[in-house]
Ligand binder design. Structure first.
Ligand code: 3HC
Length: 310
């Protein structure tokens, strides 16, 4: 880069303005964004599977319609995010290949199974709740297309979080069996949701640079703490217990103390050894291959149209 290009880039960041696709940007900034946005897009797409598992078994027609809409929203989020990544000069088809052959990651959280209907509630409340805490600051990310995609995604995530919360509220105020099912789901999803925020300070190699570029606005630990503080009051209203005996209010610090998730487990899951990793990728690969005829047909149609208008 010439001094001027780099100076301009840093001045835009310092002034809290947006970097746009045609602006000059350091190669490392571009690569870091592709990495994060692609992983984020893949998470939305893989994230359709655990909940999709319950569409045919939702307890009422209304619940089924809501869940169907929610899973479709996730597909939409994946598409906005792939589109945002494409503004950085990569191709969606290439990113999909990288997901399927394991060269790119997706969120650890979607490698856990959804065993009961209450899991759909716990995912909405905790997983989408964590996603919102992580993603609201991304609406202020320095890269324009990513930040703008996040605004709509966050609005939809808020609806998702509410629907999960409401499912758990109904269950926890229902029969003793329903309440026990809700509690069991919260017990299983709590720590994986805390781990979603990523490794702690010192084990998070991307944070410092990402914060200097204002892609990330807070550290993984800061967001995790915010999430814990938010959940405590909500759990009280749900009349459910967060499964952490170490969770106590710390008056001096003005926040809750809590037990950290097992980060060895997080790294195992990230490396492909969680309970459902293989199943998720096998399913995605089959869906991708099964959709080949649609891509072929769309391409043939586009070619035909281009010929007609030429
Ligand atoms: N699952 C999988 N990989 C994770 C992870 C997790 N929970 N947390 C961290 N990692 C990976 C990182 O990607 C990085 O790997 P890489 O360098 O090979 O790419 C490595 O572990 C070290 O972590 P860092 O903290 O250094 O990485 P980041 O600075 O990128 O922070 C992040 C991780 C907080 C997840 C950040 O990338 C981020 O904010 N991403 C955007 C949000 C996102 O992807 N959310 C996923 C969930 S989407 C969702 O919940 C959908 C909803 O609709 C249900």
């Amino acid at each position: 880069p010439t001094g001027t290009e780099d100076d301009y880039f840093m001045a835009v960041i310092a002034a809290d303005q947006k970097i746009e696709p045609r602006d000059w940007m350091p190669e490392k900034y571009r690569k870091n964004l592709i990495r994060q946005i692609a992983q984020h897009a893949h998470s939305e797409i893989i994230g359709m599977q655990p909940e999709g598992n319950w569409i045919s078994r939702a307890p009422t027609l209304k619940r089924k319609a809501i869940l169907l809409a929610k899973v479709q929203d996730e597909a939409g989020h994946g598409l906005y995010l792939y589109a945002a990544a494409e503004t950085l000069g990569v191709d969606r088809a290439e990113l999909s290949d990288m997901l399927i052959d394991g060269r790119q990651k997706y969120s650890s959280i979607f490698n856990y199974p959804t065993l009961t209907w209450a899991d759909v509630g716990a995912i909405g409340w905790l997983v989408d709740g964590a996603a919102i805490v992580n993603q609201v600051p991304l609406c202020r990310a320095s890269y324009g297309p990513y930040a703008r995609a996040m605004i709509r995604v966050c609005k939809e995530e808020s609806f998702h979080q509410r629907q999960g919360y409401e499912i758990l509220h109904v269950l926890s105020h229902g029969t003793p069996e329903q309440k026990a099912m809700a509690q069991d789901a919260v017990d299983r999803w709590w720590y994986p949701s805390l781990a979603m925020f990523g490794p702690p300070e010192g084990e998070s190699p991307n944070t410092a640079q990402s914060m200097a570029w204002k892609v990330k606005r807070f550290t993984n630990d800061e967001l995790r703490q915010r999430f814990v503080d938010m959940c405590v009051g909500q759990a009280e209203i749900l009349d459910l217990t967060l499964p952490d005996p170490g969770l106590v209010w710390n008056e001096a610090e003005g926040r809750h103390d809590y037990t950290q998730p097992d980060y060895d487990e997080l790294f195992r899951v990230i490396k492909g050894n969680g309970p459902c990793n293989r199943e998720r990728i096998t399913h995605r690969k089959a869906a991708h291959e099964g959709g080949q005829w649609v891509r072929d047909a769309a391409e043939a149609y586009a070619k035909k149209k281009a010929k007609v208008s030429a």
